[in-house]
Write a protein that binds this ligand. Structure first.
Ligand code: RET
Length: 133
Protein backbone atom coordinates (compact mmCIF):
# COMPACT_ATOMS: atom_id res chain seq x y z
CA UNK A 1 0.00 0.00 0.00
CA UNK A 2 0.90 3.66 -0.32
CA UNK A 3 3.07 5.43 2.27
CA UNK A 4 1.54 8.74 3.37
CA UNK A 5 4.11 9.48 6.08
CA UNK A 6 5.32 13.04 6.15
CA UNK A 7 4.34 16.66 6.32
CA UNK A 8 2.27 18.20 3.57
CA UNK A 9 1.39 21.85 2.85
CA UNK A 10 -1.78 23.00 1.12
CA UNK A 11 -1.09 24.49 -2.31
CA UNK A 12 -4.56 24.59 -3.84
CA UNK A 13 -8.17 24.23 -2.89
CA UNK A 14 -11.38 24.03 -4.91
CA UNK A 15 -14.90 24.52 -3.54
CA UNK A 16 -13.88 24.34 0.12
CA UNK A 17 -16.53 27.03 0.64
CA UNK A 18 -19.28 24.75 -0.79
CA UNK A 19 -18.11 21.91 1.44
CA UNK A 20 -18.17 24.14 4.53
CA UNK A 21 -21.65 25.46 3.66
CA UNK A 22 -22.89 21.85 3.30
CA UNK A 23 -21.47 21.15 6.78
CA UNK A 24 -23.27 24.20 8.18
CA UNK A 25 -20.08 26.03 9.19
CA UNK A 26 -20.96 29.60 10.13
CA UNK A 27 -20.08 32.59 7.94
CA UNK A 28 -17.36 34.05 10.17
CA UNK A 29 -15.56 30.70 10.50
CA UNK A 30 -15.80 30.11 6.74
CA UNK A 31 -14.23 33.48 5.98
CA UNK A 32 -11.25 32.62 8.17
CA UNK A 33 -11.00 28.96 7.12
CA UNK A 34 -10.94 29.91 3.42
CA UNK A 35 -7.80 31.97 3.92
CA UNK A 36 -5.86 29.26 5.75
CA UNK A 37 -3.04 27.20 4.33
CA UNK A 38 -3.33 24.12 6.53
CA UNK A 39 -0.54 21.62 6.93
CA UNK A 40 -1.12 17.87 7.24
CA UNK A 41 1.15 15.64 9.27
CA UNK A 42 0.59 11.98 8.43
CA UNK A 43 1.90 9.24 10.66
CA UNK A 44 1.33 5.82 9.20
CA UNK A 45 2.40 2.48 10.57
CA UNK A 46 1.00 -0.16 8.22
CA UNK A 47 -2.76 0.25 8.54
CA UNK A 48 -2.65 2.61 11.54
CA UNK A 49 -2.89 6.32 10.81
CA UNK A 50 -2.82 9.60 12.61
CA UNK A 51 -3.53 12.67 10.53
CA UNK A 52 -3.09 16.07 12.09
CA UNK A 53 -4.46 19.02 10.13
CA UNK A 54 -2.95 22.14 11.61
CA UNK A 55 -3.45 25.82 10.91
CA UNK A 56 -2.92 29.11 12.70
CA UNK A 57 -6.65 29.12 13.54
CA UNK A 58 -7.58 25.57 14.49
CA UNK A 59 -6.25 22.04 14.31
CA UNK A 60 -7.96 18.73 13.74
CA UNK A 61 -6.56 15.33 14.70
CA UNK A 62 -7.96 12.02 13.52
CA UNK A 63 -6.58 8.58 14.37
CA UNK A 64 -7.82 5.31 12.93
CA UNK A 65 -6.97 1.83 11.77
CA UNK A 66 -8.05 0.69 8.34
CA UNK A 67 -11.31 -1.26 8.45
CA UNK A 68 -12.10 -0.43 12.09
CA UNK A 69 -15.13 1.75 12.70
CA UNK A 70 -14.54 4.61 15.12
CA UNK A 71 -16.52 7.45 16.69
CA UNK A 72 -15.47 10.74 15.13
CA UNK A 73 -16.40 13.96 16.92
CA UNK A 74 -15.35 16.49 14.25
CA UNK A 75 -14.45 18.85 17.08
CA UNK A 76 -13.74 22.35 15.80
CA UNK A 77 -15.18 21.52 12.37
CA UNK A 78 -18.99 21.07 12.53
CA UNK A 79 -18.86 19.20 15.86
CA UNK A 80 -21.26 16.51 14.58
CA UNK A 81 -20.55 12.97 15.64
CA UNK A 82 -20.09 10.35 12.95
CA UNK A 83 -19.40 6.65 12.80
CA UNK A 84 -16.41 6.63 10.51
CA UNK A 85 -14.46 3.92 8.77
CA UNK A 86 -11.51 4.16 6.41
CA UNK A 87 -10.64 1.53 3.81
CA UNK A 88 -8.05 1.09 1.08
CA UNK A 89 -9.24 1.46 -2.50
CA UNK A 90 -6.06 0.47 -4.29
CA UNK A 91 -3.54 3.07 -3.08
CA UNK A 92 -6.25 5.49 -1.93
CA UNK A 93 -7.66 5.72 1.58
CA UNK A 94 -11.40 6.26 1.55
CA UNK A 95 -13.35 7.41 4.61
CA UNK A 96 -17.11 7.04 4.99
CA UNK A 97 -18.51 9.28 7.76
CA UNK A 98 -21.98 8.04 8.65
CA UNK A 99 -24.16 10.51 10.53
CA UNK A 100 -26.68 13.27 10.04
CA UNK A 101 -25.14 14.48 6.76
CA UNK A 102 -25.64 12.35 3.66
CA UNK A 103 -22.77 11.26 1.43
CA UNK A 104 -20.14 12.47 3.89
CA UNK A 105 -16.55 11.33 3.62
CA UNK A 106 -13.15 11.91 2.05
CA UNK A 107 -10.47 10.26 -0.07
CA UNK A 108 -6.72 10.77 0.19
CA UNK A 109 -4.17 9.65 -2.37
CA UNK A 110 -0.66 10.45 -3.58
CA UNK A 111 0.39 11.28 -7.12
CA UNK A 112 4.08 11.95 -7.59
CA UNK A 113 5.07 14.37 -4.82
CA UNK A 114 1.53 15.61 -4.26
CA UNK A 115 -1.09 14.58 -1.77
CA UNK A 116 -4.68 14.87 -2.95
CA UNK A 117 -7.73 15.19 -0.74
CA UNK A 118 -11.32 15.02 -1.91
CA UNK A 119 -13.84 16.11 0.73
CA UNK A 120 -17.49 15.19 0.25
CA UNK A 121 -20.67 16.31 2.02
CA UNK A 122 -24.20 16.07 0.64
CA UNK A 123 -23.95 17.34 -2.97
CA UNK A 124 -20.65 19.22 -2.48
CA UNK A 125 -17.14 18.09 -3.39
CA UNK A 126 -13.99 20.01 -2.48
CA UNK A 127 -10.58 19.11 -3.86
CA UNK A 128 -7.31 20.05 -2.20
CA UNK A 129 -3.71 19.48 -3.22
CA UNK A 130 -0.76 19.39 -0.80
CA UNK A 131 2.98 19.30 -1.49
CA UNK A 132 5.66 17.68 0.65
CA UNK A 133 7.08 20.19 3.10
C1 RET B 1 -10.04 23.86 9.46
C2 RET B 1 -10.19 25.29 9.99
C3 RET B 1 -11.44 25.48 10.77
C4 RET B 1 -12.65 25.24 9.92
C5 RET B 1 -12.53 24.01 9.09
C6 RET B 1 -11.34 23.34 8.89
C7 RET B 1 -11.41 22.10 8.12
C8 RET B 1 -10.72 21.00 8.29
C9 RET B 1 -10.92 19.80 7.55
C10 RET B 1 -10.14 18.78 7.85
C11 RET B 1 -10.17 17.51 7.24
C12 RET B 1 -9.41 16.56 7.73
C13 RET B 1 -9.29 15.24 7.20
C14 RET B 1 -8.52 14.43 7.92
C15 RET B 1 -8.25 13.10 7.61
O1 RET B 1 -7.62 12.78 6.69
C16 RET B 1 -8.99 23.92 8.35
C17 RET B 1 -9.52 22.99 10.60
C18 RET B 1 -13.83 23.52 8.48
C19 RET B 1 -11.96 19.72 6.50
C20 RET B 1 -9.98 14.81 5.99
Amino acid sequence: PADFNGTWNLVSSENFEGYMVALGIDFATRKIAKMLKPQKVFKQDGDSFSINTTSTFRTYLVEFTIGEEFEEDNKGLDNRKCKSVVNWDGDKIVCVQTGEKKNRGWTHWIEGDDLYLELRCEDQVSRQVFKRA
